[in-house]
Structures are given as structure tokens and as C-alpha cells.
Design a protein around this ligand. Sequence first.
Ligand code: FAD
Length: 258
Amino acid sequence: RTEEPWRPFNSSRVYMADLESALHYSLRVELADHAVIKGDALIALKNYISVLAKYFPGRPVVTNLLKSLNSWLQNQTADHISYKGFKETVDDTPQVLDAALPEGVRWVGCQGSQPHFRGYPCGVWTLFHVLTVQASNTGGSDPKEVLKAMRNYVHHFFGCRYCAEHFENMAKEGLDEVNTLISAVLWLWSHHNQVNNRIAGALSEDPLFPKIQWPSPEMCPSCHTVKFNGEHGWNKEQVLPFLGSYFSSSRILTDYLE
Ligand code: FAD
């Protein structure tokens, strides 16, 4: 693999290039491992694409593609689909419709200091934070819709299998408590922090991007409090608007797009 030039970025912003790269990798690389998709995996795929079609706050050309992919998929009535058919729909939904997903990955905020660091898993987290916030801002109907789609996508398809297992255990225990769109945003934030905590210092950690309890006090001073016993606490009344703004569609940067 030829080294790509480093792309300077603002580490407190979300980049559309990371979100589109995650979609490319998910739809054209990760799913390609499954020649035939059926049963619960097919339901998981349908729900994932449906959530993307509803909430991905992308460029029109990309959201058009997600919507036509969703219509195609929801119209598949057989008990299985072939990945080949799915891929053809991703790639050949004709330009007539002005619908396309750019090929390849261009990691920006998710760049790693080495090619094996960050990238896709970072893109997946970012994508789902954006989707929970988007569902919350646009008044989605089912508070668990996005998290269930994430849980089942990860369970059936996420390439890091032990990550998927860990995440499934977390989701099994905690998803019941999510009964509002706001609590879905907070659930993903706090469980992402649990993962950060568990894997801080692991070999998979990019030394240039150490795992922290996020957001740092520098990024959001008012998100942090000290409890009466001296322990660190989160001020969720401040965390929520912080997440709402950080991941909001209107703040996503479009640098480095093709
Ligand atoms: P990431 O953790 O990928 O985060 C991406 C970006 O999101 C960060 O740069 C930051 O801007 C922001 N962010 C960080 N924390 C939060 C938060 N709490 N809320 C909102 N935004 C935040 N790796 C393992 O080694 N073991 C595992 O068990 C494991 N399980 C995983 C489960 C899932 C579902 C996923 C998607 C990934 C998992 N990974 C696991 C990978 C790991 O979590 C990281 O994605 C990877 O190490 C890259 O880390 P990163 O530095 O890019 O930050």
C-alpha cells in the first residue's frame, strides 16, 4: 500500500469524507465477505440501509443513492439476496438519477498515524453518533431504531469479531433503558466511553490518538463535574447539547471530498 499524504484536520470536527469512506468500506468491502445474505442477517441489512436512507445527512448525490438502494432492498421479497445483486445496485444506480457513492476511502478526522490504526472503526463510531443525533434532531419515530440497526449490523457484519461480541453484550444489557431519542444519543456516547476505557493502552491504540473519556475537559469544560465524594462526574445536561452540536449535520466539514 502506498503511503498517502497526511491530511491536516481539525480534531474537534466531523468530516463528511470519513462518513462517506465508512459507507464505501461497509457497503463495498465488509459486506462483500457475505456472498449470500439471508434470515436475520438480511433483516439487519434492510434495517441498516433503511436508517441510512432516513438519517444520513449527506450530499444529495449520496443520499439519492442510499434512498434508491433502500427501495431496491425493501422490494426484495425472496428469503435471500446475493451480495452481487446488492453491489450492482450500489455501483450501477445510474447517473441518470444523480446517485452515487464515491469509491475508495479518504480518512481525515479518522486518519491513523500508521495505516493499521483508526480508519474504518473510527468511521463506524462517527457514523452512528451522527445518525443518533440526526434522528433526534429530525424527530425519528422509534427511539431505538438507530441503535438497533447499529447493534444488528455490528452483530452480523462488523469485521472485528471480538469487537462485535463485546458490543453485543453491552447492547443486550443496556438497550432496554433507551426510550427516548435523547437517551439513544446519550447511550451511544456513554457506551463508546466504556469501550474507550476498556481498550485504553491496548496494542490497537494509535499512540497519536490515545483513548480518553470523551469529550476532554479542553473540548467541553462544562461537561465535567466533580461529585461530592471528589470523583469525576459528567454533567449530562451539558453533554447532550455538546453532542447535538458536535455531530450536527450543519457542522460537518466537507473538506477533501472528491
Ligand atoms: P474511536 O474510539 O474509533 O472514536 C472515533 C472518534 O469519535 C474519536 O476520534 C472521537 O472524536 C470521537 N469519540 C470518542 N469517544 C467518543 C464518545 N464516547 N462519544 C462520542 N464520540 C466519541 N477495539 C478493540 O480493540 N476492542 C474492542 O472490543 C472494540 N470494540 C469495538 C466496538 C465497536 C462497535 C466499534 C465500532 C469499534 C470497536 N473497537 C474495538 C475499535 C475501537 O473502539 C476504535 O474504533 C479504534 O481503536 C480506533 O480508535 P480511534 O482513536 O479512532 O477512536
